[in-house]
Design a protein around this ligand. Structure first.
Ligand SMILES: C[S@@+](CC[C@H](N)C(=O)[O-])C[C@H]1O[C@@H](n2cnc3c(N)ncnc32)[C@H](O)[C@@H]1O
Length: 265
């Protein structure tokens, strides 16, 4: 099988051209993707997680599927952004890069140990617009308000990440319940007119489309913003069961992505 490792260049520190040149000088073979700052690693003589360039924060190792949610959220320098489930920070640091290290991101993570990897990634990548919160995102103060929210929810995962785990119906329903609870808080702290991206790396319909359809049925002030699979050439993306949602399928890492807007309070 071809190598499906990707690097996201940290454009806060280096240009894609310069990093590509530096890695090619070390015999790394990179292939372009539809994003000028993301490359597929075709051949590497060494581990891409142990190079001086990696350690000094010039790039992040990230599946191309998991690059989609931050692009779809499309934050600007003026936004107040909430990342509800943020460690180890692949998407948070990508959001920060898209915001050119300006604006403000509140990155929430419940797990203390995982918060350490988030902190180290933020430091390594020279990011200055993130406030970390070690708490349960479900219990966030409902008076807070954000323009954009990423809910990259904890889920049962997928066979590419976790091939030996056997998931049960019980695991799936446990995650689905928590996903709805997180979603309820997300809607409360989203400003009127604000946008929310929901993603999971699980292909299970109970954690994906069924969550979106429950939310759209229950919250009449939330509407779906339709996504277009043609915007992601070179990635195996199909339409989800709900028109306008996306599913990334193998050989890429499975992912589900949906975007919603809060039309009224
Ligand atoms: C899918 S991972 C997030 C990956 C991350 N967004 C990234 O791109 O690197 C889900 C994360 O949510 C955290 N989490 C689970 N329940 C949470 C909660 N109630 N509040 C905040 N974080 C939570 C988990 O510890 C885990 O780190």
């Amino acid at each position: 099988m071809e190598n499906l490792q990707f690097i996201r260049v940290n454009t806060l520190k280096i240009s894609p051209e310069e990093l590509k040149k530096r890695l090619e000088e070390k015999n790394v073979v990179l292939e372009d993707t539809f994003l000028n700052y993301v490359f597929r690693v075709k051949i590497s003589p060494f581990s891409m997680g142990a190079t001086p360039e990696y350690l000094s924060g010039l790039y992040f190792l990230q599946s191309i599927s998991s690059i989609i949610p931050s692009i779809v959220l499309n934050p600007t320098k003026d936004d107040k952004v909430l990342d509800m489930c943020s460690a180890p920070g692949g998407k948070t640091t990508h959001l920060s890069q898209l915001m050119e290290n300006e604006g403000c991101i509140v990155a929430v993570e419940i797990n203390k140990n995982r918060l350490k990897s988030l902190r180290s990634n933020i430091n390594r990548m020279g990011i200055k617009n993130i406030i970390m919160l070690n708490t349960n995102a479900i219990n966030l103060n409902k008076n807070l308000k954000f323009d954009k929210i990423l809910l990259d929810a904890p889920c049962t995962g997928n066979e590419i990440k976790d091939s030996d785990r056997v998931k049960t119906k019980r695991d799936i329903l446990f995650c689905a319940k928590r996903q709805v609870e997180l979603f309820r808080t997300a809607i409360e702290v989203l400003s009127e007119g604000g946008q929310l991206v929901y993603s999971t790396c699980s292909p299970e319909i109970e954690e994906d489309e069924e969550i979106i359809s429950y939310i759209l049925k229950t919250y009449k002030n939330m509407e779906l913003i339709e996504l277009n699979k043609e915007d992601f050439p070179g990635i195996n993306v199909i339409d989800g069961e709900i028109k306008g949602t996306l599913k990334v399928i193998p050989p890429n890492e499975p992912f589900f992505i949906a975007k919603l807007k809060k039309i009224t309070k």
